[in-house]
Design a protein around this ligand. Sequence first.
Ligand SMILES: Cc1ncc(COP(=O)(O)O)c(C=O)c1O
Length: 347
Amino acid sequence: MIDLFSDTQTRPTPGMREAMARAEVGDEQSGSDPSTNALCERVAAMLGLEAGVFMPSGTMCNLASILVHTRRGDEIIVDDQSHIYNTEAAGAAALGGVSVRALPTRVGLFTAEAVAAAIRAPQRTAPRSSLVSIEQTTSFSGGTVWDLAEMRRIRDVAQARGLVAHIDGARLLNAVAATGIPAADYARGFDSAWIDLSKGLGCPVGAVLCGSSAFVEAAWQWKYRLGGAMRQSGVLAAAGLYALDHHLDRLAQDNANAARLHRAVADLPGLGFDPTAGQSNILYFSVEGLGITAAAFAAACLEEGVRVRALGTHHIRATTHLDVSETEIEQASAVLRATALAFAARD
Ligand SMILES: Cc1ncc(COP(=O)(O)O)c(C=O)c1O
């Protein structure tokens, strides 16, 4: 099967497994796991931020950031397609007592003006707006790459009004590969930012959350409270270090493969693409024009050996990654084409 369900579906390569087996380890909780420390320093330097903390998941990075940056009764601003809003089990509300203001978007992008309008004026009756989060790249709305200038305008509007600015960088490195803009340029001036190791980088586990030393210290306390503090985490961190050495440069191939897939199906009747389609390693399109559900389209592709993800009633997401070769992309393109044409012919 060619698995385009998500870039989380990769398996650790033999080289990565070997690096994990050889990892130098210590006790992470007491700050003495050398591999974890090395990984955190490396990612913090890459993002141009002061310090970093290793987390079991990106979800915990978002949650710990929210818990550090907000008080109970606050409101945070995100996009309506965001991971924080849709698929983190309302962690911000459940653990932080924080409500989420989800800005309506088409492809996960909003503007500084929309943020300015959404920030609440201080009032006894209103929640305090305290954080704005940008997802670079957008996940559920198709891997759209945020424009750096817009990100900075949003950061500035937020900070000028007393909010903190956060980057959910689950796929920040795919944006870097797409634009050539260094991660540190994207993260500059943001109060917190993180990258996932278990997506395009191909690690089995982990993410690194960065910010100022004071922020990371506070995030560490939440990591303990949430049960995310580890012991010999160097085994996992070694996978991250290996990935930064061996898998970072090849993220451009994943982006190119998504663009290849896009070119192969862009002209098909019944498929709907946003102008931003295929910007990074995710291809997102609507099958509404075929008069079928996304679930029916995904099931038909699966029968032909290609796994894609149905999102909502009409959208399909296909994500490229380390374990999908260019040849497999050609094969997947043929399956997607044949499937769409077969449904179109039924009308
Ligand atoms: C944009 C975004 N944020 C956060 C996450 C959560 O990351 P993790 O699966 O490591 O918890 C994901 C995972 O799919 C994501 O796509």
